[in-house]
Design a binder for this molecule. Structure first.
Ligand SMILES: [Zn+2]
Ligand SMILES: [Zn+2]
Length: 180
């Protein structure tokens, strides 16, 4: 997909999370989910970070009264490289896999890939693993701060005309690096 920068990808993630919570059987409170983008991740397309509830077990719902909200909070991270390489449907599958982990975290304070997870993945038609992603052909760099703000696997409007775009970090034009 063509996201101009990490902020645009985070916006898409937040939107898709609210949509999955509203329109599918996923039992997730979007207010307890944060979204992040990794510009370094090269293998894992998505991940879910949280603070495990001590003694928590998948399938055993703890008494959340008086417990720290911290253990129900989770951050879903997508790899910028995966976002650039996958089409929207594939990327949504990756996000929904991570949201299934969030569902367990919000219910039990912990998550894994055990039988309950696999059952839930089958019921919600969410894949258990995600496809690999390749190295990008182009790197997009902010001409203001020199940060890498995006990657592309093929030519697209951003690559053709980088100076027509403005980055979220510096409101500066993009520069394209050919990495092939
Ligand atoms: Zn997983
Ligand atoms: Zn910048």
């Amino acid at each position: 997909m063509c996201f101009t920068d990490a902020a645009a990808l985070r916006g898409w993630m937040a939107h898709e999370t609210r949509r999955a919570a509203a329109e599918t059987a996923l039992a997730v409170d979007p207010a307890l989910v944060s979204h992040a983008v990794s510009s370094r991740a090269k293998r894992r397309a998505g991940s879910c970070r949280y603070t495990p509830l001590p003694g928590g077990r998948v399938g055993t719902e703890p008494d959340w009264r008086g417990r720290l909200r911290l253990h129900r909070e989770a951050t879903v991270t997508l790899a910028a490289r995966a976002a650039a390489s996958f089409d929207e449907a594939t990327l949504r599958d990756v996000l929904r896999h991570e949201l299934l982990h969030v569902e367990q975290v919000q219910a039990y304070g912990v998550t894994d890939h055990g039988p309950a997870f696999r059952e839930r993945a089958a019921a919600l038609d969410v894949p258990l693993d995600c496809p690999p992603f390749a190295d990008p052909a182009y790197r997009l760099r902010c001409t203001g701060c020199a940060d890498v703000v995006g990657r592309r696997y093929r030519r697209c409007p951003t690559v053709e005309e980088p100076r027509a775009y403005r980055t979220a970090c510096c409101d500066a034009p993009l520069a394209v690096e050919d990495c092939r």
